[in-house]
Ligand binder design. Structure first.
Ligand code: GLC
Length: 453
């Protein structure tokens, strides 16, 4: 490897790319203002851009809930099947098993996916010795897609997100579809609740920390939930004198492309995704997409002959080949010759040869995409605080997802952006807490609350 410095042309080309990913304080403020407006529209009527879906989870948990429940978690990288025992006093035990959902299942007929889930539950029950019981097992089903709920265990899928695209599901009640697979396979399980992962995360964290105000997922996808007074929800025709968790489905924010600072690299990724022009906010923040945006920016510099001497590789040319996890590794690479970065580029992605300048440029692009994601990811939290008049008060946000947990400086960059928008004093009252794998526990708590009713 030569230790060449970046040429003037390389520096200029890189700066242009990096600048295109910067989000100014003023722009953050515009996004937050627009977000508050969109929240209001979503609470007012059906069919708004941000769906603001009432979850039928009302009341707060106390931590004293007890009992044994099953939970399913579909919508991240894996399917998880869990058996949760709530012990009271905010304590619980959990047994869980992960199952890989193949690309074929993600995009095939819904019936195949439901049968697969039912088979996983069956084998989990057999392996854990719980299948012989005569009693119907109550299950909380975390199904992390936009579901327009009509009750705690009924809801119609609005659209797929995150690379799922099964036929025969949109417009259908997804609980009935899965319950049907259980019935056909004689599995004695009742779906007591359907739960979004953000709602599960909020409830799980609230089991130990009842003051929790929001549940956020920053992983493969991006979304949030919070408590709202139902008197503020015009479209809600039920009891108004209560608070309920709202699944915001905020990844859909600004699909009109009014305020989000989209670059050519975002547009290319969006155009080639299976849900074009949808989930644009999610696509700028979530783990599923950041690597692809970065890959587009890298290839632009290759095409300008400013990176890798103008050479790419078959691997780097393949869509989705640049994983977001590589970005994390590259961002923490502090070796003098950036050898971890070199390893990813040369050994994993088969780029013929890289100079130190090449590696530095790739690192700078990863940083620009990662910082932008974190800055944008703070906007919806600031907006919820504004909407619920909590700016300046203690505000606990439970956050789950690989990006928040593993991406270098993600939390610090979110906090810095929030401080620019709300001021440092208000920011200092906000806690971003990691709520790892909360949605299984949360779904069990919600199943329990539903069973109690
Ligand atoms: C997508 C889904 C949403 C989910 C989020 C995080 O945005 O539409 O329901 O909460 O991903 O998994």
């Amino acid at each position: 490897m030569s230790t060449t410095k970046m040429t003037e042309a390389q520096t200029a080309g890189l700066n242009k790319v990096v600048d295109s990913f910067s989000v100014s304080t003023d722009r953050l403020k515009v996004i937050v203002d627009q977000f508050v407006e969109e929240m209001e529209k979503g609470l007012d009527h059906q069919g708004a851009t941000i769906a603001m879906i009432p979850s039928f989870v009302s009341g707060r948990c106390t931590g004293d809930e007890k009992g044994s429940f099953m939970a399913l978690d579909l919508g991240g990288t894996n399917l998880r099947v869990c058996h949760v025992t709530l012990l009271g006093g905010g304590e619980h035990t959990i047994r869980q098993q992960k199952y890989v959902v193949s690309e074929e299942l993600k995009t095939g007929p819904m019936r195949h996916l439901c049968d697969f889930i039912a088979d996983c539950v069956d084998s989990f029950l057999t392996e854990n010795g719980t299948s012989s019981s005569q009693e119907t097992i109550q299950l909380g089903y975390t199904f992390s897609f936009p579901v327009l709920q009509t009750s705690i265990n009924r809801g119609v899928l609005k659209q797929w997100t995150k690379g799922f695209n099964c036929s025969g599901a949109v417009g259908k009640d997804v609980t009935i579809l899965l319950q049907d697979s259980f019935r056909r396979k004689n599995i004695n399980v009742n779906i007591a609740a359907i739960v979004n992962d953000t709602v599960g995360t909020l409830m799980a964290y609230a089991y130990k920390h009842p003051e929790t105000a929001m549940g956020v997922i920053m992983g493969t996808g991006f979304n949030a939930s919070y408590y709202e007074q139902m008197g503020n929800v015009n479209k809600w025709t039920g009891e108004k004198e209560q608070e309920m968790v709202i699944n915001m489905e905020c990844g859909a924010f600004d699909c009109e492309r009014r305020v989000l600072p989209l670059t050519v690299y975002d547009n290319k990724m969006d155009r080639e995704s299976i849900n074009v022009h949808q989930q644009l906010y999610e696509k700028m923040v979530a783990g599923m997409y950041l690597g692809e945006i970065t890959r587009n920016a890298i290839l632009d510099l290759v095409d300008q002959q400013l990176l890798f001497n103008g050479h790419s590789s078959k691997e780097l040319n393949a869509m989705w080949s640049f994983e977001t996890a590589y970005m994390s590794t590259i961002e923490v690479d502090n070796t003098s010759d950036l050898c971890d970065t070199g390893h990813i580029l040369e050994s994993v992605l088969n780029v013929p040869a890289t100079t130190l300048a090449d590696r530095q440029m790739v690192k700078a692009i990863c940083n620009a995409v990662g910082v932008r994601a974190a800055r944008l990811a703070s906007c919806h939290i600031a907006a919820v605080m504004r909407k619920t008049k909590k700016v300046g008060e203690q505000f606990t946000v439970a956050i789950d997802g690989s990006l928040f947990e593993f991406y270098p400086n993600f939390e610090e960059n979110m906090a810095a952006a929030m401080s620019e928008v709300l001021g440092e004093q208000a920011r200092s009252k906000v806690c971003f807490d990691l709520a790892r794998d909360g949605s299984g526990l949360g779904a069990a708590i919600i199943a329990m609350m539903a069973a109690k009713h």
